[in-house]
Structure formats: C-alpha cells, structure tokens
Design a protein around this ligand. Structure first.
Ligand code: BT5
Length: 268
C-alpha cells in the first residue's frame, strides 16, 4: 500500500498556498472536525488536513462516510473567503469541479456531478463533499470543505445500506491509482479555481454544465416533507430549481436535503 506522510505529500505540491499548511494524520476521527478545530485557532486560508483513515468520517445529516484504511483521499481544506453565508455553495462547486478536473487529467475517467455534493463515475458515487461554515456575525469566518474520494476502494467492502451505488477509481479503471499525484492535481486545481472565485469568476456555469441532475425527475426529502418534480436548473447561488406537478417552481437550497432519482429506492 502507498504510504503517505506530510513530507511525501509536500515534495510534489505545485501550489502557492493551498495545502502549504498541512496536517497529515494516519488516523483521525473526522478530518472536517480536525479542520474546524484548526480554523477556530486561526489556521490560514488553504490549510489542508488529511487522514489515511477516519474512525468517524461524516457525510451530511450526520450520515457516515466509510473508507477502509489507505483506500481513499480523505481531505479537508480551510478557506477564508469573502463570501456571504448564502453564497457558500460556490466553494462546494469550486472543489467538486477541481476534483473532476484532477480525476479526468490523472485517469481519463469522466466525472459527473450530482446536486448538491456528489461526484459520480459511470452512474455511481465515487466521492462526496461536505462543506461546513463557521460564522462571525453575519459573515463567514471560515469554511471547511471535506472531500472523500474513493481511489483504491473495493465497493464490496462497504456496508450494504448505502444510499446509492458506489464505485471507486480503481474499480472503474481495473487498476490501482497512485494517490499522491492525484492529490497534487486536486490541490492545484482547487487553488486555480479558488483564485478565480476570489477574482470574481463564478463557477456556476461550469458546475451546472457538469450536473447530471438537471433535466431529471427528482424526489427531495426536506425537513418539512417530500418534494417531487423535474429539476429544471439552478439559481445563481446553486439552489436547485424544481418544477412541481402543479407548475410551481421551487428553489431548493443545498442544505439539509436528500435527493434521489425517482427510480431509486427510498433513502434509509
Ligand atoms: C457526502 O455526504 O457525500 C459527503 C462526504 C464527505 C466525506 C469527507 S471525507 C473527508 C472529510 N471528513 C469527513 O468527516 N467528511 C469529509 P452525503 O451526501 O450525506 O452522503 C453520505 C452517504 O454516502 C452515506 O449515508 C452512505 O450512504 C454513502 N457513503 C458512505 N461512504 C461512502 C463511500 N466511501 N462512497 C460512496 N458513498 C458512501
């Protein structure tokens, strides 16, 4: 198995600041939790927390993120953007597009995005993003974007009660994929896209173009019930526009929601 360490990661970094402040942990509870602790203590923009194994990896809505040791990229990045809280989905967009860029460049696989935070290969989930915010008054103090990417993972090793079919890069390619070059490519692409965001370039159009969700019938579980309709597009902040049977157009914010294609079984 490819051994990671902070030194072995640093040698190939091509970035100016993303990943330059780097914490590598062979084992962590959750890298997002660790990054939030560092964020609170003032860690700089672009700080990277990475683990080889998480004992309490998290998805949204307190769901678990499962990954056997050494199988994945499990990273969290701290950002200090000048965004309002309602614009924070842009960071999820930046990071998911960056992962897609890197995977395509390193493996040739095509990556689709499923609203709001899934990375897809061959119609199955290959990764997910968990963005969490810390506010100071009505501004964002810092955000943590956690990325879990199944690299050399055997999908049959995961528990059977997953929300959707799962794949990994090695499973899709039929060969193992080196994690370090992939990580370097991800960090480089994150930095390029984050700098563009800071310079005023919205990732919205490119993200919308990659979304496999638009044009599909969807069922969305919200805190107050279930919404069914046709996903028609996105608004500027990344909310999904869903046309309901009665013609009403609802903007669903990528917060505490679960989306499934209408042909899929109900989530657990
Ligand atoms: C996500 O949540 O997809 C976001 C996952 C983010 C994980 C990263 S790892 C580094 C960082 N540190 C953390 O603690 N988290 C972040 P969500 O959309 O809620 O999907 C979670 C669901 O995905 C689970 O309920 C399972 O059904 C499924 N799942 C769990 N492990 C998976 C895996 N390895 N591959 C694909 N699906 C998985």
């Amino acid at each position: 198995m490819e051994t990671l360490s902070a030194e072995r990661i640093r040698v190939g970094l091509r970035t100016e600041f993303v990943g330059r402040n780097l914490v590598y942990l062979p084992e962590a509870g959750s890298t997002n939790t660790e990054a939030r602790r560092l964020g609170k203590a003032g860690a700089p923009d672009g700080t990277l927390v990475m683990a080889d194994y998480q004992t309490s990896g998290r998805g949204r809505l307190e769901r678990r993120w499962e990954a056997p040791p050494g199988s994945s990229l499990l990273v969290s990045l701290i950002f200090r953007p000048t965004l309002a809280p309602h614009q924070i989905q842009r960071l999820t967009m930046v990071c998911s597009l960056a992962v897609a860029d890197a995977v395509e460049a390193e493996t040739g696989l095509c990556v689709g995005l499923k609203w709001p935070n899934d990375l897809m290969v061959d119609g199955s989930k290959v990764g997910g993003i968990l963005t969490e915010l810390e506010l100071r008054g009505d501004r964002v103090d810092y955000a943590v974007v956690g990325i879990g990417l199944n690299v050399n993972l055997d999908p049959s090793e995961l528990p059977g009660d997953l929300l959707m079919p799962v794949t990994s890069l090695s499973h899709a390619l039929g060969r193992r994929v080196a994690r370090r070059p992939l990580l370097w490519a991800v960090l480089w692409a994150v930095e390029a896209r984050y700098l563009a965001l800071k310079a005023g370039h919205s990732p919205h159009a490119e993200w919308a173009e990659r979304l496999v969700t638009v044009g599909q019938p969807v069922t969305i579980s919200l805190a107050g019930g279930v919404l069914e309709g046709m996903a028609e597009g996105l608004d500027a902040n990344g909310a999904l526009l869903v046309r309901q049977a009665d013609g009403r157009l609802e903007a669903v914010v990528a917060g505490d929601v679960t989306l499934r294609a209408q042909s899929h079984p109900a989530p657990v």
